[in-house]
Design a protein around this ligand. Structure first.
Ligand code: ATP
Ligand code: MG
Length: 234
């Protein structure tokens, strides 16, 4: 793991329906630092703000207050178009329910982000095929999602996220829909990607078992970090 900080937040706040009687103060001054090559778990009770945090980090939603630096870029300073481009190149997102397009093959699902860049379709498909082979899906390239197991579908989503060589991969309960054995298989895949490519991961989970695959665990309660895991390990 390097000493380079790949992701940093300062005093991050998120209020939904701000100023109304429905206001929810979902994040209350969150400070996080993640180094390149770290694998970090985020845990906390339902409703504590985990998805909110990931959505802010992924540039899907904006904070009410505070700053987010990814790869030394303050993402609040980017225009909408710039954020979209920054996201494409720097952030891989893996969701609980795989988020694959059901009428597209494993290959076509994987290749999607590359089609938004300058490289040709043929080159993009070659890269996507290579990635799918590395993920152990070489014989499933032309399968549709419903012709794949849950673990295989998640490996397609991982291939798609990895293909852009992002600064960080954000996973919102990426194993939440898988049984324990398949969850461990996916986490072992993350560990090997982390070890081989120094890929940084931030993974939300409800499972202590899943968190154990990570270098440290950040714990959130009611929108505040109660433990950033730094004292415990490393
Ligand atoms: N779009 C929204 N509008 C209003 N309130 C919201 C919105 N999204 C989330 N919230 C509220 O913000 C708080 C944090 O929600 P969030 O989805 O981040 O929790 P979570 O930790 O991901 O929970 P879970 O473990 O159940 O997925 C909750 O009180 C939730 O009801
Ligand atoms: Mg959530």
């Amino acid at each position: 793991m390097s000493d380079e900080i790949i992701l940093k937040t300062k005093n991050l706040h998120k209020k939904y329906a701000e100023g109304t009687s429905m206001e929810v103060h979902a994040l209350r001054g969150v400070d996080i630092e993640i180094k390149r090559g770290e694998m970090v778990a985020i845990m906390g009770p339902s409703g504590c703000g985990k998805t909110t945090l990931l959505n802010l980090l992924g540039g899907i939603d904006q904070p009410s207050e505070g700053t987010i630096y990814i790869n030394n870029q303050d993402i609040n300073l980017l225009t909408d178009t710039e954020v979209t481009d920054f996201r494409l190149h720097n952030i891989g997102y893996i969701f609980q329910l795989f988020n694959l397009f059901e009428f597209l093959s494993a290959l076509d699902n994987t290749v999607l982000p590359l089609l938004l860049t300058d490289i040709t379709k043929l080159e993009a498909e070659e890269e996507a095929k290579m990635m799918l082979r590395q993920m152990g899906l070489g014989d499933k390239i032309f399968h549709l999602p419903n012709e794949l197991s849950g673990g295989e579908q998640q490996r397609v989503a991982v291939s798609r996220a990895l293909l852009m060589n992002p600064a960080i991969i954000l996973g919102d309960e990426p194993t939440g829909d898988l049984d324990q054995d398949t969850s461990s298989e996916i986490m072992n895949l993350f560990v090997s990607i982390n070890e081989n490519y120094k890929q940084t991961f931030l993974v939300v989970t409800h499972s202590e078992h899943i968190a154990k695959f990570c270098h440290r665990t950040i714990r959130i309660v009611d929108g505040e970090i109660v433990d950033d895991g730094k004292q415990v390990k490393k």
